[in-house]
Design a protein around this ligand. Structure first.
Ligand code: ADP
Length: 564
């Protein structure tokens, strides 16, 4: 049964009880009203009877007065000062009054006859008796008047006195006595009834109210029980769920308490609990997989840290190699520059020595020693230079067929760490096209590394908001490819830009000014070219772009394997 239906039944029952109570009270009040009305009617009858008695008495007395005048006198002239005319007028007057009184009495009797509201049999019987008694009395008086009018005054008076008066008095007294007694008894009875009825009414009101109240409490109690019990069960379930017991279920089938909407609510609750449980299970699975991933991630991070450590080691090795290479390059150029004059010195010294020996006359031995010394020292210098050149030759450059993509990839892998240290984004726009070159990968790596480190240092030393380095590659034509390193640093003045490739030019306190000079010589030794330009345009972010132009490997096809 639904709650709505239960509530409807409950309210209907309470309303029905109220209606029954009101009906009972109404009936009780109506009954009291009828008693009061009956009592009032009885009193009405009594009043009318008394009125009639008075009227009849007056009628009787007037008839007596009328008949007291001898009838013979009324017809002839009297001797006691009364004239016949005078008597006649008294007689007529009396006759009129008698008629009037009689009519009044008959009207009253008729009025009593019309008292239809009186319903009780005893009252009706009494009323009948009254009417008969009054009618008989009126008829007796009328009989006496007929006798008098027939001229028999004596008999008329006798009739009136003996029959009517006595009879009337006795009858009237008896009737009135009966009436008064009856009424008194009746009033007493009614009063008693009223008291009993009032008590009954009070008892009825109290009993009905108590019964209605008890029944209402009973009905409301049942309804409350039907509502509170399932609510309590639902509350228990909610508390269990909030305490983490997602397996808690509310029994709803075949139970008395869980009916209608509560049964539906319990089903919904159970479904919610089941959903929550499956969601929690899914969450637990996700959590464990997250934990696993987390472990994997921390392993990956530690591997990455190791890789970065390795990269740093590589970087250090690279710097070492760069230094070695720098020494080697310098040595090569020194060897080249010094070797020639040294050769000349040696040649001249030898010639001089030969000529001096041929000329004679000179302390040849002393001069010879000196010249020998010069020659020996020069030889020694040449030997040192040769040794240095031999050393530089020892770091033979090894050129292999490779792809520009791979070179950029290798360098940015290491440089990215350095860039991130300075909050700089290093981007490499690798081309899908293969650009094969035959180069010494270590040297080209050194050049790129040098350019990127310069760019990082330039941005790091500036307040530039855009902190980006972009490395790109492109094919210039069928013979050349280009690598560009663009930065968003502060750039340089035109004057400084012209000098950056000079050996020992530097704007850094700790700088050597050799990096760009060596880089350029490396690129040129590869048949390429290295130069720098200002970044132009509003979106270029200032800074410089260094461009490396390298010859493409001739006849090399895309996808040619390269040395790694
Ligand atoms: P070093 O770095 O030791 O100074 P380099 O030959 O590598 O020597 O550089 C020479 C100079 O060129 C630097 O001192 C610097 O003033 C300038 N330079 C190089 N690269 C940049 C750059 N990306 N932006 C601004 N100036 C640069």
């Amino acid at each position: 049964m639904t709650i709505r239906l239960k509530m409807f039944i409950m309210l209907t029952m309470i309303a029905a009880l109220t209606v029954v109570t009101l009906v009972v009270l109404y009936i009780g009040i109506k009954r009291e009203e009828r008693l009061i009305t009956s009592n009032a009617l009885s009193q009405d009858v009594l009043e009318h009877s008394l009125l009639l008695s008075g009227g009849l008495y007056r009628y009787f007395m007037k008839a007596y007065d009328y008949m007291a005048v001898p009838h013979s006198l009324s017809a002839a002239e009297g001797d006691n000062g009364r004239t016949p005319t005078h008597l006649q007028s008294i007689e007529e007057n009396n006759s009129l009054i008698l008629d009037h009184l009689e009519r009044g009495i008959r009207e009253e009797i008729a009025h009593l006859e019309g008292a239809e509201k009186i319903e009780e049999e005893s009252e009706l019987r009494l009323l009948q008796e009254i009417r008969v008694a009054y009618s008989e009395s009126v008829d007796d008086i009328r009989q006496a008047l007929r006798l008098y009018n027939a001229g028999d005054q004596k008999q008329a008076l006798q009739f009136l006195q003996n029959t009517t008066e006595v009879q009337f008095k006795e009858q009237l007294r008896g009737l009135l006595h009966t009436l008064v007694e009856g009424e008194r008894r009746e009033v007493a009875e009614i009063d008693a009834m009223l008291i009993t009825s009032g008590e009954r009414l009070t008892i009825l009101v109290i009993a009905t109210s108590l019964f209605t109240l008890a029944l209402s409490i009973f009905i409301v109690g049942i309804m409350m029980r039907a509502i509170t019990q399932p609510v309590q069960k639902l509350m228990q379930g909610t508390l269990a769920i909030s305490a983490g017991d997602l397996s808690y279920r509310i029994a709803h089938d075949g139970t008395e308490t869980m009916t209608g909407e509560f049964s539906e609510l319990a089903k919904c609750f159970n479904k919610m609990a089941a959903d929550l449980m499956s969601q929690r299970d899914a969450l637990l699975i996700t959590q464990s997989s997250l934990e696993r991933k987390n472990t994997e991630l921390s392993i990956e991070i530690s591997e990455r840290i190791q890789a970065e450590d390795k990269a740093r080691q590589h970087q250090a090795q690279l710097a070492h190699v760069l230094r070695l290479s720098t020494v080697s390059e310098i040595a090569t150029s020194i060897a080249h520059e010094i070797n020639n004059p040294l050769s000349v010195i040696i040649n001249y010294t030898r010639g001089c020595e030969r000529r001096l020996v041929a000329a004679g006359d000179i302390d040849k031995s002393a001069l010879k020693d000196v010249l020998e010394q010069i020659g020996a020292q020069a030889e020694r210098a040449a030997k040192i230079v040769r040794r240095i050149r031999n050393f530089s030759r020892g770091v033979e450059s090894e050129r292999v067929l490779t792809n520009i993509n791979h070179i950029i990839h290798d360098v940015t892998l290491i440089a990215d760490f350095e860039a991130r240290q300075h909050n700089i984004m290093l981007r490499s726009a690798l081309s899908s096209a293969t650009l094969p070159v035959v180069v010494d990968r270590i040297q080209i790596n050194q050049v790129l590394w040098n350019l990127i480190i310069n760019a990082i240092e330039a941005i790091a030393g500036s307040n530039s908001t855009r902190r980006e380095i972009e490395i790109s590659q492109s094919r210039i034509d069928e013979h050349y490819a280009e690598i560009a390193v663009r930065d968003t640093g502060p750039g340089l003045s035109e004057e400084d830009l012209q000098r950056i490739f000079d050996a020992f030019f530097t704007t850094k306190p700790e700088g050597m000014g050799m990096g760009l000079a060596i880089s350029r010589s490396i690129i040129e030794s590869h048949g390429g070219h290295l130069w720098a330009t200002h970044n132009q345009g509003p979106n270029q972010g200032g800074g410089l772009t260094f461009r490396i132009k390298l010859p493409l490997a001739q006849g090399a096809q895309e996808g040619i394997p390269h040395a790694s």
